[in-house]
Ligand binder design. Structure first.
Ligand code: PMP
Ligand code: GLN
Length: 379
């Protein structure tokens, strides 16, 4: 058939993980932990399965999970969403993003995003008939120039997609970024899709700034998160979005025919986990900070230049002292010849991205990080 997405191939994550497996490389490419999530969470899953919680969940998510999410959100961001009207449980953040974009973007609408950007946004916008307007952020800070942002707004602008903490740059938005965003879009009916899947992996002194903490923005915003990141269980694929009831109603119209509902026992187990062990997510920044710092320390004698990492479980490394290869070729070479798989940054950018930067995932056991660092230090 004629392709609706002719320039799209298989995601870089599938490609690099397959290459890592083929060459038996240490896989620091696709973002997932090589350690298990909490034992209690696993026990609760087994419990709910054994108790017969094995049929369809309600379309919007099980009540105990939506209530636990509402309470967690109130604790962290000072705003309690309505568990019934505002919260929708989805099959990972990926489904929430797709459903929100499909619900909000009409044919011919313009959508602003910040490159490098996570790779699932643009295809959804294209399929909805929208037009991407990209702002290229520059290393090392990847900060938004708000004048440039204002110059991109038009009467067709419908949606702004942001991601903080940011995959792949590991930069974060601060409160004043959200204030600047509001100032820029207040006068127009523009919606905001805030991808906050790394909300609990933020190292900034002021903590994670959520769109939900901004009283005006949150009235037009969809905040997306994922328990895959928070509980080290990327394979469970349970996420959610929070938006005012009128927006949620539109998102649910898509969600009900995309998946209808999400894995019942996993939702119940996560609800139990949020209630019983909230310290898990409260302590997550320290958990990952220790891994980040250990990995940076282990790379101190390498010829890689490590960029600042304010959030996520990814570290950016500049390899220009090592090789002239472009980043895609360098990552292939690194996987095949050095035995370490990484992700090139240019694949997250629509325009040429001439920097020599790779992304390394540090959600790994210490032994994995040490072994990878040893190989990288030999370059
Ligand atoms: N957004 C970002 C920025 C991500 O990094 C990821 C996954 N790593 C997702 C969305 C998708 O999350 P999920 O696996 O819950 O679908
Ligand atoms: N989001 C993960 C990453 O950035 C990968 C998710 C996926 O493989 N689709 O590595």
């Amino acid at each position: 058939p004629e392709s609706k997405l002719p320039s799209l191939g298989t995601t870089i994550f599938s490609q690099m993980s397959a290459l890592a497996q083929q060459y038996q490389a240490i896989n620091l490419s696709q973002g997932f932990p090589d350690f298990d999530g909490p034992r209690y969470l696993q026990e609760r899953l087994a419990h709910h399965v054994s108790q017969g919680a094995n049929q369809y969940a309600p379309m919007t998510g099980v009540q105990p999970l939506r209530e636990a999410i509402a309470d967690k959100t109130a604790e962290l961001y000072g705003h309690k969403p309505d568990a019934n009207g505002d919260i929708t449980v989805t099959a990972g953040a990926t489904e929430a993003l797709y459903a929100a974009i499909t619900a909000l973007v009409r044919s011919g609408d313009e959508v602003i995003c910040f490159d490098p950007s996570y790779d699932s946004y643009a295809p959804a916008v294209t399929l909805a008939g929208g037009v991407m307007k990209r702002i290229a952020l520059q290393p090392p800070g990847f900060k938004v120039d708000w004048q440039q942002f204002a110059s991109l707004l038009s009467e067709r602008t419908r949606l702004v997609i942001l991601n903080t903490p940011h995959n792949p740059s590991a930069s974060v938005w601060l409160k004043n970024d959200f204030a600047a965003l509001w100032e820029a879009i207040a006068e127009q009916e523009i919606y905001v899709l805030s991808d906050e899947v790394y909300e609990h992996i933020c190292f900034a002194a002021e903590g994670h700034a959520s769109v939900l903490a901004h009283p005006q923005l949150r009235q037009r915003a969809v905040a997306v998160s994922s328990f895959g990141k928070t509980f080290h269980m990327t394979g469970w694929k349970v996420g959610y979005c929070i938006a005012p009831a009128a927006i949620s109603a539109e998102i649910r119209k898509v969600h009900q025919y995309l998946t209808f509902a999400v894995n019942t026992p996993a939702q119940l187990a996560i609800a139990d986990m949020l209630r019983a062990e909230p310290e898990h997510y409260r302590e997550l920044p320290e958990f990952y900070r220790a891994r980040r710092d250990r990995f940076i320390q282990a790379l101190a004698n390498s010829r890689l230049e490590i960029l600042p990492c304010e959030g996520t479980y990814f570290l950016l490394a500049d390899y220009s002292a090592i090789s002239d290869l472009d980043d895609v070729s360098f990552c292939q070479w690194l996987t095949k010849e050095v035995g370490v798989a990484a992700i090139p940054l240019s694949v997250f950018c629509a325009d040429a991205f001439p920097h020599k930067l790779i992304r390394l995932c540090f959600a790994k056991q210490e032994a994995t990080l040490d072994a990878a660092a040893e190989r990288l230090c030999q370059l």
